[in-house]
Design a protein around this ligand. Structure first.
Ligand code: ZN
Length: 351
C-alpha cells in the first residue's frame, strides 16, 4: 500500500475514533488489508469499504458489535468472510462485484438481523439452507451469479419483499417461495426456467414480475388474477394460439380417480359423513390435498386432467401496461367439459 494511502486511512480512522463518529468511509482507497485499528471503533454503525482490493477481513472486526451497515462491494473477496458471522447487529450487507464462490452456512447463521443482502455479480452456485435464519430479510439480491437451484428454506423468509435472481442458471423456483407472502417484486429474468410454481397466485402482494428470457411455455393456473403492475416476459417459449386438428382418446378413468373425485365432492359438503371422517385418515387427506379443480365445471379431480391454456391480454385482462397476450395454464376435468360450447380454453398440443 502506498504511504500516502496508509496515511489517509489512518487520518480517517483517528478522526472517526476521536470524533466518536458513527460512520467511517474508506471506499476507493486502494486498500488490500483492512487496518486492524478499525476494530477499535466499537461505536461504528456504518462502514464503507467498497471499491478497494480487499481479499479478507481481520478477525478483530468482530468487535464492531454496533455495525448495522457494511459495504464490501467491488473488492476481491473469494468467500463471504467468517468475521461477518459475528456481526449480529448488521442490517445491510453489500458484497456485490467480488469473486465469491462460497457462502458459508455458519456466517449466514449469525446474521439474524439482516434486512438487505446484496450478493450481485459474484460466482455463487448455491445458497446454504441456513438462509432460513435470516428471518428479517426483506431484500435479497443475487443478480448475475451461477445459481443452479435455490434452497426450499427460502420459504421461511416471511418478511421477504424483493428478490432479484436475474442472470443465473435456475431451471425452477422452489414451491416454498410461494410462502413468502410479503413478496412484492420477483426478478428472475435470464435464467432457464421452464415453469413457475403453481402456488404463485398465493403471493397476493406481488406487483412486479420479471421472467423475460427464460424457457416458459405457459403461466401457472389463475396467474392472471395476480394484481400485478408490471410483467416482463419477452423472450420465452410460450405456446402459440395456432389451433390444430387433434384426436380425442376414449376417456377411461381409473377406479382410484373415480373414488377420489367422489370423496373430494363429498368433502365439500360440511355436513357429509366423508367431510367429518376424513381428518381421521391423514394419509388419505394428504393424497387428496394434491387434488385440483376444473376450470369449467369447478368439479374436483386428482390425477387425471386435460392440460389447457387460455390467452390473457395483459392490458385488457390484467391492467398491465403491455400489448402482449400470454398463455395461462388451465386444467379441465374431462372431455365432456372440454367439448362444451362457448369457452375459451385450448388443449395444448405436443409436436
Ligand atoms: Zn369439468
Amino acid at each position: 500500500m502506498a504511504e500516502s494511502v496508509v496515511g489517509a486511512i489512518d487520518v480517517s480512522v483517528v478522526r472517526a475514533l476521536y470524533g466518536n463518529s458513527p460512520s467511517l468511509n474508506l471506499s476507493s482507497k486502494k486498500i488490500r488489508e483492512v487496518p486492524k485499528c478499525v476494530s477499535r471503533l466499537t461505536k461504528l454503525s456504518v462502514l464503507l469499504l467498497n471499491n478497494n482490493c480487499i481479499t479478507s477481513l481481520p478477525a478483530e472486526l468482530l468487535s464492531l458489535q454496533h455495525l448495522t451497515q457494511l459495504n464490501l462491494g467491488n473488492n476481491s473477496l473469494k468467500e463471504v468472510p467468517a468475521a461477518l458471522g459475528h456481526l449480529e447487529s448488521l442490517k445491510k450487507l453489500y458484497l456485490f462485484s467480488n469473486q465469491i464462490t462460497v457462502v458459508p452456512p455458519e456466517v449466514i447463521d449469525g446474521l439474524h438481523n439482516l434486512v438487505v443482502l446484496n450478493l450481485n455479480h459474484n460466482k455463487i452456485q448455491s445458497l446454504p439452507l441456513e438462509i432460513k435464519s435470516l428471518m428479517k430479510l426483506e431484500h435479497l439480491s443475487v443478480l448475475d451469479n451461477k445459481l443452479e437451484e435455490l434452497p426450499a428454506e427460502l420459504g421461511h423468509l416471511s418478511k421477504l419483499s424483493e428478490i432479484n435472481l436475474t442472470s443465473n442458471r435456475l431451471c425452477c423456483l422452489p414451491q416454498q417461495l410461494c410462502q413468502c407472502k410479503d413478496l412484492t417484486k420477483l426478478h428472475v429474468a435470464r435464467n432457464k426456467l421452464t415453469s413457475l410454481p403453481e402456488g404463485i397466485t398465493a403471493l397476493e402482494k406481488l406487483q412486479v414480475v420479471d421472467v423475460a428470457g427464460n424457457k416458459l411455455s405457459v403461466f401457472p393456473v389463475e396467474f392472471h388474477r395476480l394484481p400485478l403492475k408490471e410483467l416482463y416476459c419477452e423472450g420465452n417459449r410460450f405456446v402459440q394460439c395456432e389451433p390444430v386438428q387433434s384426436e380425442q382418446d376414449a376417456e377411461v378413468l381409473t377406479l382410484k380417480e373415480l373414488v377420489a373425485r367422489f370423496v373430494l365432492w363429498e368433502d365439500r359438503n360440511r355436513v357429509s359423513l366423508v367431510h367429518r371422517m376424513l381428518p381421521h385418515y391423514p394419509c388419505l387427506s394428504a393424497l387428496l390435498a394434491n387434488g385440483s379443480c376444473c376450470a369449467l365445471c369447478q368439479g374436483p379431480f386428482l390425477t387425471t386432467w386435460l392440460e389447457c391454456v387460455h390467452f390473457v391480454n395483459l392490458r385488457k385482462d390484467m391492467k398491465v401496461r403491455s400489448s402482449l397476450t400470454i398463455p395461462v395454464r388451465a386444467v379441465l376435468c374431462s372431455y365432456k367439459c372440454f367439448n362444451t360450447e362457448g369457452h375459451c380454453y385450448y388443449g395444448v398440443a405436443t409436436r
